[in-house]
Design a protein around this ligand. Structure first.
Ligand code: CP
Length: 324
């Protein structure tokens, strides 16, 4: 089956972040994502719309969910998929990010999916290559496909995003997931609360367009969605919390704190989780409240949508330039 013909409501070459996207563009990516959910539940998941195309996953940081789901998404749409092993690449011989990007670009991939520990590195790379680039997470800056899959999860469960109160809790300071979600939820009309100790909030947190709470109980009061974040110790230089035990006591999600949210509030977490640090293990597994595995499932659909849309734009551009 080929990729369906759709109107073109996301006209960009790349997906580098949520910041700057309109509600219509985000809504369009969510609609296309939604159209892939049922396909992913079928025994035969294979489509051929991206046959002949090449996707390269270039991950400079570890990943389970994002890398695997991009690989599945590409393969389910018929694309060839290469997973570059950074550990076994010429990067280990001193090749720079941009030389690596231009080397890969010379092999004519159609899409590069890039994760990098430095904020802004993926944008820099996108300016040097001809193919479409998807940001799979750059430092503490953005992780756009994570925000899209979070939004799709909420929209499918609640039927809407606008008017919902979403409490994003934990290590906001180091979180690209938080930044992408704040942009997306604000644009889509949700009310965002940031819940964290002062040490784990950016200095200009209020300027992100959210209410800020240092008291988790106040931050969770009557919220619709509780989005928990991992303590990103790999990005921390120095101590940001006295101990993980004390952190859990004040900022870990347990049933007593969850009781302050709306009775049907959903629990979300982008993963990987640190059970017993930011979230009680039983709550994480409570399928009446936790949608953490729904987020993982919908990640494949979102990544299929992003590949479809960006590949379609690339194809259109190449036809237009051939005609001109
Ligand atoms: N949420 C997320 O980005 O997970 P991975 O690090 O496993 O890709």
């Amino acid at each position: 089956m080929s990729v369906p013909v759709r109107d073109n409501r996301y006209p960009h070459r790349h997906l580098l972040g949520i910041d700057g996207l309109s509600a219509d563009e985000i809504g369009y990516l969510l609609d296309v994502s939604d159209s892939y959910v049922d396909l992913n539940r079928k025994v035969d998941k294979k489509q051929t719309g991206l046959r002949g195309q090449t996707l390269i996953n270039l991950f400079f940081e570890n990943s389970t969910r994002t890398r695997t789901s991009f690989e599945l998404a590409g393969k389910r749409l018929g694309s060839d998929v290469i997973n570059m092993s950074v550990a076994a690449s010429a990067i280990k011989k001193g090749e720079t990010l941009l030389d690596t990007a231009m080397t890969l670009n010379a092999m004519h991939p159609d899409v590069l999916v890039v994760r990098h520990p430095e904020s802004g590195a993926v944008k820099l790379l996108s300016e040097k290559v001809e193919c479409a680039v998807i940001n799979a997470g750059d430092g503490s800056h953005e992780h756009p496909t994570q925000a899209l899959l979070d939004a799709l999860t909420i929209r499918r469960r609640r039927g809407r995003l606008d008017g919902l109160v979403v409490a994003i809790c934990g290590d906001i300071l180091h979180s690209r997931v938080a930044r992408s979600n704040i942009h997306l939820l604000n644009v889509m009309g949700a009310r965002v609360r940031l819940v964290a100790p002062p040490t784990l909030l950016p200095t200009a947190a209020v300027r992100l367009g959210a209410e800020v709470f240092n008291d988790m109980r106040a931050g969770l009061a009557d919220c619709d969605i509780v989005m928990m974040l991992r303590l990103q110790t790999e990005r921390m230089q120095g101590r940001f919390v006295p101990s993980t035990r004390e952190y859990y006591r004040f900022y870990g999600l347990d049933s007593e704190k969850l009781a302050l949210a709306r009775p049907d509030a959903l629990i979300m977490h982008p993963g990987p989780m640190n059970r017993g640090v930011e979230i009680d293990s039983q709550l994480a597994d409570d399928i009446t409240r936790s949608v953490i595995l729904d987020q993982v499932e919908l990640g494949v659909a979102v990544r299929m949508a992003c590949l479809e849309v960006l590949s379609g734009n690339r194809r259109r551009r190449s036809i237009e330039s051939a005609v001109a």
